[in-house]
Design a protein around this ligand. Structure first.
Ligand code: E4P
Length: 216
């Protein structure tokens, strides 16, 4: 399973990239606003921090506008993946862009039928938002299972990119279901490395090692 960082904070991305375990980055208009930086400048910098796909989202709502914005964004770097919303115009744009060999991430997916349409439109990635689904009284992980089943039934190549991840259980369940990618805030990814018994174990080993008076 691939790990993407869901942020436009370049310091956080650089830190995760240094682990060698980061496979890409997703941004959205809210994350760009939070970073407080120019979209072109920050996206270019992010593209230099990872060789994997970097999702940059269009904000136009009509097909022509999305194509215009995609044209600007995809020139930033070769690893830019254009993010479009799951609307009729968004999928029309997805079909056109993937036909030209541009990676497309279809975002704001909240149903398996929407995911089916995105796959038919040739999406490189489908982004079902599990956290927001849960927040609204639905079962986010059931949505991922349903999409996995449908994509496997028809051998769709669209990668399931689990988005709106809130905690480690979302990551674990995504892996068990066989999702292709998760995108999560850096804090959630960093939390995956941690376990209280790992810390306690290190403490115990170091205490015992000190008693030996040896060094390696
Ligand atoms: C996905 O690409 C989105 O950027 C993101 O996962 C949304 O997450 P949120 O619901 O925490 O805003």
């Amino acid at each position: 399973m691939k790990f993407f960082a869901d942020t436009a904070d370049t310091a956080e991305i650089a830190e995760l990239a240094a682990t060698g375990l980061l496979d890409g980055v997703t941004t959205n208009p809210s994350l760009i606003a939070k970073a407080g930086r120019d979209i072109m400048e920050v996206t270019r910098e992010i593209c230099g921090l990872t060789r994997g796909p970097v999702s940059a989202e269009v904000v136009a709502l009509d097909h022509a506008g999305m194509m215009r914005e995609a044209e600007v964004l995809r020139k930033i770097a070769e690893n830019v993946c254009i993010k479009v919303p799951l609307t009729i115009d968004g999928l029309k744009t997805c079909k056109a862009l993937t036909g030209e060999g541009t990676m497309v991430n279809v975002t704001l997916c909240f149903s398996a039928n929407q995911a089916l349409l995105a796959a038919k439109a040739g999406a490189s990635f489908i982004s079902p938002f599990v956290g927001r689904h849960d927040d609204n009284g639905f079962d986010g992980m059931q949505l991922i299972s349903d999409i996995r089943l449908i994509y496997d039934n028809y051998s769709f190549q669209t990668e399931i990119l689990v988005a709106s991840i809130r905690h480690g259980i979302h990551v674990l369940e995504s892996a068990k279901i066989g999702a292709d990618v998760i995108t999560a805030p850096p804090a959630v990814i960093k939390g995956l490395f941690k376990h209280v018994l790992t810390d306690k174990g290190i403490e115990g080993f170091l205490a015992d090692w000190a008693k030996t008076g040896q060094s390696i």
